[in-house]
Design a binder for this molecule. Structure first.
Ligand code: MG
Length: 258
């Protein structure tokens, strides 16, 4: 990638000024082994429990706004009880902010998906959005059914940080489920880290992240850290990834605060 001229807090996708100054290349943090074992598994498609906050009820995106302008309602498309990424518009995130929670989300890569590697059904569930663009902690969404890429960037990974324990990805065109338990990081009065973020992820009903500790928000280039981070509540964000493959869809999104 040719480095663009960067200034101020300009953010280009996942590429920030801080990362440019850190040096290095995206490839430096790609990991290819061990390859998680493929496991045939069934998604959890149960309706929300009675005490859940429903974030998408099949009808509208009234709980969501555009990430880069939180005053603008989410512009992604809703049809047939599902919503679909509109790559011409950018990321969306929840109006409300959450700290510790249990989240359910169903996602589908289109049956006619094209592309390879990271350019095949790429989206992402940011467990806590820490700013505009792709800033935050990303649980990767990708077609990982017979689609090779670095294993710390496949479906079920915490992007470039935690390889999934198994690969239960179903075929493109089939619904998949994520059930996530998220504990936000906490910080001392002086701003230093008290407890890191922790996450557990069930992917199509099986554990792919088991109460793992995170080293900071996702970094496309370089190593994650908590420098400059704050704890507390944050929106949950969905990624409009800048590749040319057909857009993913979502349904049945709900959350329970813990
Ligand atoms: Mg992604």
């Amino acid at each position: 990638m040719k480095l663009p001229l960067l200034s101020g807090a300009l953010v280009l996708g996942t590429f920030t000024l801080a990362q440019a100054q850190q040096g290095g290349k995206p490839e430096d943090t790609e990991v290819y082994e061990p390859v998680p074992k493929a496991v045939a598994a069934s998604p959890n498609l149960a309706p929300p429990p009675a005490d859940a906050i429903v974030l998408f009820n099949g009808k509208d995106l009234s709980q969501w706004v555009m990430t880069d302008d939180r005053n603008t309602p989410a512009k992604w498309k809703v049809a047939g009880g599902v919503f679909t990424v509109d790559k011409s518009t950018g990321n969306i995130e929840t109006k409300r902010a959450f700290t510790n929670y249990q989240l359910h989300l169903e996602w589908r890569v289109p049956a006619n998906i094209t592309g390879t590697g990271q350019a095949r059904g790429n989206s992402g569930l940011f467990l806590a959005s820490t700013g505009k663009g792709d800033l935050g902690y990303e649980l990767q969404i990708l077609d990982s059914y017979n689609n090779k890429t670095y294993v710390n960037g496949m479906a079920g990974s915490i992007y470039k940080q935690r390889i999934p324990l198994a690969n239960p990805t179903r075929k493109p065109g089939e619904w998949q489920s994520y059930d996530v338990m998220w504990l936000a990081p906490t910080f001392k009065a002086d701003g230093s880290l008290q407890t890191p973020a922790r996450v557990t992820v069930l992917f199509n009903g099986i554990v792919v992240q088991n109460n793992v500790e995170l080293a900071g928000p996702t970094q496309y280039i370089g190593q994650p850290s908590y420098n400059g981070q704050k704890g507390g509540a944050a929106p949950i964000k969905l990624q409009s990834h800048g590749d040319k493959s057909e857009p993913d869809s979502f349904r049945n999104v709900w959350i329970r605060e813990l």
